[in-house]
Every structure is written in structure tokens, then in C-alpha cells.
Design a protein around this ligand. Structure first.
Ligand code: HEM
Length: 442
């Protein structure tokens, strides 16, 4: 393997690079992308074909009534997870990038919230209060906003966590959760570990069962609990390099989960991008989490089913330049033209199952194969709106493997970890976190 400068770099050295001063070294991660499956089908799509698929994906329902039982907060939480583990700022849309193992992942592929803590107190002091174990939160106008510079730009661990109101408020929620734990008598390291382990348990016990059907998640969970995922068809150690099958296709299932209409709080509602993004949040826009998670058994709105449609707002991204506003097109082009992902049919064969019959959109366009992202959505469409075998295996397997290979993850360090030892008893862990931190520190 060669570095950007042409030097031969042994695998252990690539992996060493993610070790941080304040974080006991984990040698099981790389800060580069990679492939889960060996290359080797001749899948080719033209940009026109991908655009034609994307055009058919816009959701224009007569009324916005998503039918998954999943609270909409889990879609926001899903985006929050993405921003913790994967960020490619190098590849250009539509230009092939052949050497994926030399492509830097700006986030550590560890579920340890570097999007909140960045490189820790010493290397990222602008996120931390001096002489205290707490993180900096809020502006002079709104204690529940994230901290901002005088231009209103958020000073946080990952800039994407300010892209829309909801993800920005979730960033604030987790920072305040850290401070809330400190207020209960814990030092910085203890609070950080408590927050990380709570977050990881939400992923395993609440998020994955919401998005992956039981028959697919069951065997993965059994493997997880025994310390090794089923490996008949997939070499999970490749997850050390964030797999592009996950980042550029499977995990983008979430773009279909996101709904068009939201209730922000008792007096504010509207569409996804009606509330701004990348700007200061006034008090009147603070979200009331009861509309996002099951806090009172009735108020929460629900996720769109995972299917081959996306909320229409995602076809006109307000923060993107002309030519980059259509998220469905970006996903398809990034996956197939930039990374040359295997088709969905080929991935199905690689994991030992029979590919699904072609979706009518693919048939109508006369395509022999299906782009991986679209295949995974079509699979979920036939599976009651949850990820099926191909999508669920890549998404569930990758997230669970990231935890298994992290010696600091709760599953390795403290498998009996119970967040309810501290947070209020509620129906779910995430609701407990939201309840604990609502109005804190106001
Ligand atoms: C308001 C909702 C969201 C918006 C506006 C949004 C927007 C975007 C944009 C613009 C990109 C870059 C696309 C490209 O050029 O390749 C992206 C990437 C991505 N999104 Fe989303 N997204 C949203 C929600 C989600 C959710 C809910 C998930 C998953 C549950 C998700 C997963 C991803 C992943 C994995 C990437 C690739 C990140 C990387 O490796 O750089 N997104 N998203």
C-alpha cells in the first residue's frame, strides 16, 4: 500500500494514525476508506441513467403520513451517527476515484463521538470550558444553541451537525448531556465515557431494531453478543477501513427515512429546511423533543418508510451549489461513478442470496443491474419499510463491528453498562437522555 506521497505504508502504520493522545490507542481502525467486497463485476451506469433513476424518486404524497412506527428523532439520530464515523471531502462528484484505500476519512470510524469531542481537551480547547470538566454550550441569546463565532458559524466537532435545525439541536443535546453528567459528580473522563456508552447502547438496542428487520438483525446480534459477527460471506475486519459500500450506499438509506414536515415545538411547524441551517438558533426555534422521541406516548411524529422515494426537500438542498442540490442524484453518482460500487444484485450474490427481481423503475429504463443504493431502498420497500438482507447486513454489520473492534466500547469494557443508573427511567434510552437534558442548563 502506498501513501499519498508514494511511500510504502505498512497496514499497522495506517491504523496507528487514528490513535489520539487523550484516547487509549485502538489499533483496530484506519483513517481511510476501503471496500467490503472485492471489485469484480462489470457494472456500469451512465450519468444520464443515474439521473433518470433519481428523477423518479421524488416523494409527492397527497398528505405527509409516514407509516413506520419509528419516531422521527431516529432519522436525525441516524444522521448524527453518520457524522460521527464518515466524512469524505476529497472525491469529486462524478470523477472516478480508484484508490479508495488512500482516501482519507475525516472522521474516525469509531462510535466514540469525535463529532462532539473532536481531538479532546488538549488538541481542541475551543470546545471546552477552561478549568472545568464541561464543554462550551450556547450563545448569549440562547443557552440551548451550540456555541458560535461572531459570524454565527457553529464551533463544533463536525460542521455538518449545523446543517439543519434538528441535527444542530441534537449536537446541543449531546454536549449538554455531557455537562449534565458532570453536574452529577463525574469528572471529564467519566462523563465522556458515560455519554459514549449511552450513545452506543442507543445504537445497538434502539436504533438498529428500528431500521433493520428482525430476521436480518437477529443473527448479527447473536454474533455481536458472542464477540464475532457471522463471517461466512463477509470479512468483517475490512470495516477497519470505513467501507464505501456503507458510506456511499447502504447507510444513505437514511435519506429516505427523513420526512418532509416537522413539528418543532408547541408553536412552530414546517418543512425540513424552513427553519434555517448553518446559523444561530433563536430561543423560539429550540426543539421540543416530545415531537421527535416517545416522551409522552403520543406527540412524536414518525419516519418515512425506507423505500425508493425521498422527501421533496432533499431534491433542492438550500445549502448546496447549483448542480449539487439533488441528493438522490448525488448518492447515485457518488456510489456508482466515483466509487464504482458493485451492483445490488452482485452484492446479494456475494452474501449468498438470490437477487430480487428488478424494480419497475430499473426495468423501465432497460438496465441490467441496479445501483447499490437504489437496490437497498427497493429491498426495504418490499420489506415493510425496513432494511432487508443486503441493506441490513451492511448497515447492521458495519455498526456492530465498529463496536466489537473498539476496546473502549461498552460491549468490551463494560457489557453490563446501564444508562438508567443515571438518566431518568423512560420507555427508551434516547427519551431518557432527552428528558434529562430538556431545559438544561436554562
Ligand atoms: C436532513 C437530512 C439530511 C440531509 C440534508 C443530508 C445531506 C447529505 C449530503 C448533502 C451528503 C453529501 C452527498 C454527496 O455528495 O455524496 C450526505 C452524505 C451522507 N449522508 Fe446525509 N443527509 C441527511 C440525512 C442523513 C441520514 C438520516 C443519514 C443516515 C441515517 C445520512 C447518511 C449519509 C451518509 C452515510 C453520507 C456520506 C458521508 C460521507 O462519507 O462523506 N444522511 N448527506
Amino acid at each position: 500500500m502506498r501513501s499519498k506521497h508514494g511511500r510504502h505504508v505498512p497496514m499497522w502504520e495506517l491504523i496507528e494514525r487514528t490513535c489520539r493522545k487523550d484516547d487509549p490507542c485502538n489499533k483496530n481502525f484506519s483513517s481511510f476508506f476501503g471496500y467490503l467486497f472485492e471489485r469484480g463485476d462489470d457494472t456500469q451506469f451512465s450519468e444520464d441513467q443515474l439521473i433518470a433513476i433519481a428523477q423518479g424518486m421524488i416523494d409527492r404524497p397527497a398528505k405527509d403520513t409516514p407509516d413506520l412506527p419509528t419516531p422521527i428523532g431516529f432519522a436525525i439520530f441516524g444522521q448524527f451517527i453518520d457524522h460521527d464515523i464518515t466524512l469524505d471531502v476529497i472525491t469529486k462528484l462524478g470523477e472516478a476515484f480508484n484508490d479508495v484505500e488512500q482516501l482519507e476519512n475525516i472522521r474516525t470510524p469509531r462510535l466514540e463521538l469525535d463529532s462532539i469531542y473532536l481531538a479532546g481537551k488538549e488538541a481542541s480547547p475551543f470546545l471546552y470550558e477552561k478549568d472545568s470538566d464541561k464543554m462550551i454550550i450556547g450563545t448569549s441569546d440562547n443557552l440551548l444553541d451550540v456555541q458560535r463565532n461572531r459570524e454565527g458559524t457553529a464551533i463544533i466537532g463536525d460542521h455538518r451537525n449545523d446543517e439543519n435545525l434538528f441535527i444542530s439541536q441534537m449536537q446541543s443535546l449531546f454536549i449538554r448531556f455531557h455537562n449534565w453528567v458532570v453536574d452529577r459528580g463525574h469528572n471529564f473522563e467519566e462523563a465522556q465515557e458515560f455519554v459514549r456508552h449511552t450513545y452506543q447502547q442507543i445504537i445497538v438496542e434502539e436504533f438498529l431494531p428500528e431500521i433493520i428487520s428482525d430476521d436480518v438483525l437477529g443473527p448479527l446480534m447473536e454474533g455481536f453478543e458472542n464477540g464475532k459477527l457471522p463471517s461466512e460471506y463477509i470479512n468483517w475486519s475490512k470495516v477497519a477501513h470505513m467501507p464505501v459500500e456503507f458510506s456511499a450506499a447502504a447507510y444513505r438509506f437514511g435519506h429516505s427515512h427523513v420526512r418532509q414536515n416537522y413539528q418543532v415545538n408547541d408553536s412552530l411547524s414546517g418543512n425540513l429546511f424552513d427553519f434555517g441551517g448553518f446559523e444561530a438558533v433563536p430561543i423560539g426555534k429550540n426543539v421540543d423533543w416530545k415531537f421527535f422521541f416517545d416522551l409522552d406516548g403520543k406527540s412524536f411524529l414518525k419516519c418515512r418508510p425506507i423505500d425508493t422515494k425521498l422527501a421533496s426537500a432533499l431534491f433542492d438542498l438550500p445549502f448546496a451549489e447549483v448542480g449539487l442540490k439533488n441528493l438522490a442524484k448525488r448518492n447515485l453518482v457518488r456510489g456508482q461513478l466515483t466509487f464504482g460500487l458493485l451492483s445490488g444484485e452482485e452484492v446479494a450474490r456475494r452474501i449468498g442470496i438470490k437477487p430480487l427481481p428488478k424494480h419497475h423503475v430499473i426495468k423501465k429504463l432497460g438496465l441490467k443491474q441496479t445501483p447499490l443504493w437504489f437496490y437497498i431502498l427497493a429491498e426495504a420497500e418490499r420489506n415493510g419499510g425496513k432494511l432487508g438482507k443486503v441493506g441490513g447486513t451492511i448497515v447492521g454489520g458495519t455498526l456492530l463491528q465498529l463496536l466489537l473492534q473498539d476496546k473502549n466500547a461498552y460491549i468490551n469494557k463494560n457489557p453490563d453498562f446501564n444508562p438508567f443508573d443515571l438518566i431518568p427511567k423512560t420507555k427508551s434510552i434516547i427519551a431518557g437522555v432527552a428528558k434529562a437534558v430538556t431545559d438544561y442548563p436554562a
